[in-house]
Design a protein around this ligand. Structure first.
Ligand code: PXL
Length: 276
């Protein structure tokens, strides 16, 4: 069985970060080790959340693992709360990276043209450096714009996205994936660029005109899980986009839905089916 480690926060209620990554990756038959970076009572879209920073615990955990000669097929990072945590995560990449280790960085920090609470341009610049060490990065258009110092625009063409993907790989990542890309009304999806081969790939589904928190984490977790199941990049992108759409559709259909996240649990049978 493959084993990965994911480094992100625990939002105790909120259906995001570790509470999404763990069940999805486990469901996909991959052992998921974790380094929790912080414990929050909820994610940051709630008001009044508590925040326990775990920065000082990260390196001791990694050091112990190193002594135990542990290795990982992948390192997957999501929401990281400070520039210091980016630096420590970068050290962990250096410690555990081998030829076989896939590094996936989801540079969680912004959406809809704005940075999430507590993030700055300086943080985005450091996140861009961390992305430079990754095999695959999966920013949305806002995160990519901040990392590349380009204005966030909502109307663009394919040439613009291709150029952005190339520039993202220019940060050092082998593969860049832009999420939330739309060239046609009513359709939305992802576009990727594989810099070693120069290949682009895109995959779109119908746009469901709602926005739910945590869908980026659902997508990135399923993408990693599919890659760890030896699916190629294109197939893994299709599986993870389709799973995310399924999660959104099932959430919308649930009159008892929570406002703060998607019913990713209800779509788990669908995800397992897609791996067959
Ligand atoms: O879904 C990304 C995410 C993860 N963790 C925390 C967040 C967010 C998005 O806002 O607040 C704590």
């Amino acid at each position: 069985m493959k084993r990965i480690v994911t480094i992100q926060d625990i939002s105790c209620v909120g259906k995001c970060s570790l509470t999404v990554a763990l069940p999805i990756i486990s469901t996909m038959g991959v052992e998921a080790a974790v380094i929790p970076t912080a414990v929050l009572s909820t994610h940051t879209a709630f008001s009044g959340f508590t925040f326990r920073d775990l920065t000082d615990d990260i390196m001791p955990v990694a050091d112990h693992w190193k002594k135990e000669n542990m290795d990982f097929s992948a390192i997957y990072t999501g929401y990281l709360g400070s520039e210091k945590q980016l630096g420590i995560t970068s050290e962990i990449f250096d410690t555990f990276k081998s030829k076989q280790t896939l590094i996936l960085v989801d540079p969680v920090m912004a959406d809809n043209g704005v940075l999430y609470k507590g993030f700055t341009q300086e943080f985005a610049d450091k996140m861009a450096a961390l992305c430079g060490k990754a095999d695959i990065i999966v920013p949305n258009l806002t995160e990519a714009s901040f990392m590349l110092h380009t204005p966030y625009i909502e109307s663009y063409d394919e040439a613009y996205i291709r150029d952005m993907l190339k520039k993202l790989c220019g940060l050092g990542a082998k593969v860049s994936v832009l999420t939330g890309v739309s060239f046609e009304e009513g359709k939305i999806g992802v576009m990727s660029y594989d810099s070693p081969t120069g290949r682009y790939f895109s995959y779109f589904r119908e746009r469901i005109p709602v926005s739910f928190h945590g869908t980026g984490d659902v997508f990135a977790s399923a993408l990693l899980g599919a890659l760890m199941n030896n699916k190629g990049l294109d197939e893994s992108l299709k599986i993870s986009v389709d799973y995310t759409v399924e999660c959104i559709a099932l959430t919308l259909a649930d009159s008892d839905r929570r406002w703060y996240g998607v019913n990713f649990e209800s779509a788990i049978p669908y995800l397992i089916d897609r791996l067959k």
